[in-house]
Ligand binder design. Sequence first.
Ligand SMILES: CC(C)(COP(=O)(O)OP(=O)(O)OC[C@H]1O[C@@H](n2cnc3c(N)ncnc32)[C@H](O)[C@@H]1OP(=O)(O)O)[C@@H](O)C(=O)NCCC(=O)NCCS
Length: 174
Amino acid sequence: MKLVDVYADRRSASLLFRLLEERQPVHNISHGKMPSYDRHLQFFHSRPYAAWYLIQFDADLGRPQPETAGAIYLTRPAGRARAGDEIGIQLFKEFHGRGIGSAAIRALMDAHPRPEYFANINPTNERSIRMFGKLGFKLKQVTYSLEGGFGAKAVRGDARQVQERGDVGQGGEI
Ligand SMILES: CC(C)(COP(=O)(O)OP(=O)(O)OC[C@H]1O[C@@H](n2cnc3c(N)ncnc32)[C@H](O)[C@@H]1OP(=O)(O)O)[C@@H](O)C(=O)NCCC(=O)NCCS
């Protein structure tokens, strides 16, 4: 397994779009609606993350093409807040449960040493919680949110923002 910079592989944008198509609400607390391919490309080319990799296996006798198991990123710190060092990961379904996620996270942390790493996990995503737990991550905070705001006017305004954020926002892509 190796991490390959997404900007070094011509197939990245379409592979990342396919990953987005597999994404379930349980996978990500900021799961939004599926962006158009153009919006996805716009997000991809904005270089939104400090590091963004395909998780790949080299071609060999059994694999004529390099095979992509998924993708992983590390967010940029926002200002002085260390909470920017957040890891996001998604594997294609057929690669789940083989230790690839844990190996990719270790490789990312080796390549990008930070004093602290964060992972925002949907509380119903048991697989991800167990994986990060086995890697030594500890529960730090529980975040509550009120979607749509408090009152009809706020609901309309915020719903629009949520939809826009879902298209291209932080954590809205992998
Ligand atoms: C979450 C994800 C990255 C985990 O990667 P993975 O390669 O499947 O996980 P690993 O095989 O490294 O497993 C690590 C640990 O997770 C747990 N785990 C793995 N598969 C599991 C399953 N099907 N059910 C419950 N726990 C599971 C186990 O504790 C496992 O360790 P063990 O096999 O030694 O007991 C991957 O399943 C995925 O891409 N899911 C969809 C996207 C997602 O949820 N991303 C995380 C957002 S925070």
